[in-house]
Ligand binder design. Structure first.
Ligand code: CU
Length: 119
């Protein structure tokens, strides 16, 4: 019995180390609370924009992708940008050249709102 548990322990540690290495090596999720210079993504899913507030650097292109199985739009509250109706897996991109706060919503479902903060 003692022999078996020692064998299990000696096997378990290398397996755990290997799993940690695999996890560490996997692509990390982009943190959206830090400004990103080049590009950023917003997913539309289950009647919501995610992340609801996205912070990017001036010059960044934000791409919205509709992961929902119903159509949505991405419309700037201040008229800065306006997408066509986006069906499932369709995208809309806009490049933010000026710093500011850009609230937006879905014109089909106006309770769906989000904000892009450009700094
Ligand atoms: Cu919608």
């Amino acid at each position: 019995m003692k022999r078996t548990s020692t064998w299990v322990a000696s096997l378990a540690l290398p397996v755990m180390v290997a799993m940690l290495l695999v996890l560490a090596g996997s692509p990390s999720v982009t943190a959206n609370d830090q400004p990103s210079a080049a590009a950023a993504e917003v997913k539309i899913d289950n009647f919501s924009f995610g992340p609801q507030t996205l912070t990017v650097a001036v010059g960044a292109t934000v791409t919205w992708t509709n992961r929902d199985d119903i159509p949505h739009t991405v419309v700037s509250t201040d008229g800065v940008f306006k997408s066509k109706v986006r069906d499932t897996d369709e995208k809309f991109s806009y490049t933010f050249d000026k710093a500011g706060t850009y609230p937006y919503f879905c014109s089909i479902h106006p309770k769906m709102t989000g904000t892009v903060v450009v700094q």
